[in-house]
Design a protein around this ligand. Sequence first.
Ligand code: SF4
Length: 379
Amino acid sequence: MISAGHVGPLELLVIQPTPFCNLDCSYCYLPDRQNKRKITVETLEKTLNWVFSSGLVRQPFTLLWHAGEPMVLPASFYEEATLALERSNVSPFTVTQSLQTNATLVNEAWCDLIRRRKIQVGVSVDGPDFLNDRHRTTRKGGGTLDRVLHGMQMLRDHNIEFDVITVLTSASLDYPDELFDFYIEHGVTSVAFNVEEIEGPHVKSSLSGSGMEPRFRRFYSRFIDLVLASDPPLRVREFDFARNSISYHQQPNARTQECRPFAILNVDYEGNFSTYSPELLGLSSPKHGSFALGNVTQDSLESVLAMPRFLALDDEIRRGVDLCQETCRYFPFCGGGPPGNKFFENGDFATTETLSCRLHKKATFDVALDKLERMKAMT
Ligand code: SF4
């Protein structure tokens, strides 16, 4: 058994307000995104009480509304949720609320709530229509960019800052200039790139296969050249992370958040919870059974930490991180990679390289190192 003091502290609480999404993106990993059920205020209160009495809250953390489109629920629900959070938070620490949205449902009520409650916003958009509408579609296959841009404009009109997350697919890699121009044209100041991953029901990525890695590196290198020449600057999460890691030796040999038990707590709309990669919640494997480890209405953290099912999962994930540390020179920068990617791609957590880490970690790190060395040589 692992004691409660040896897990956490909680850094990220992911709560699924609904599994439903009003869009139907081709690369989505959510297995249940047609399900319109919603979390109740009662389940939410039980979740928050569980969290604050668990011993996991030992520092400030972020509550991320995600894993379904959070704006499917009205802004008034989150007003109630915020009051519930204030009532339950018996800790001395601040909780920052954040939501990841497709922005198609932004309205006045949402803008008002986001501003008053200082909620951080991430918008998912994949660039110009010929890229975004290829994968980010309605259930009838229609494009979504017009509605996303309307939502982004409303946020800007209310002086709400937001980050953008773009999923890169094979099609994106030929268009670094067009993507850059898109962000500038639409007032985006901060972008994060995810790569199309093999996750859950999405079992094939357009980025698999030979020739993709050089294409990805060319794309990313060109994009960063544009970024470094931009004024005002466009921030890129991957580049900033690599630059800080290289310049300030941040994260030396630290395990990534997704590899540390209960640094992340994922809770679904019924109160079932998991830890490690959020994408594991709602899924199972023949070897480990359900990745949901318990329910906030009946299972304490101590009972989960004593469960053979949790211990076997934790052991396999730890062995995967140890293997990464022993074999991969990128480990000090990467921290061992998301267990979810290892499981979905390699079928086992006790493994190392994935498509995701080849592109999202190794290639982005190499490009950043190259750019920084060139900049240094010129000074
Ligand atoms: S880059 Fe890949 S192989 Fe290297 S430490 Fe990260 S996950 Fe492991």
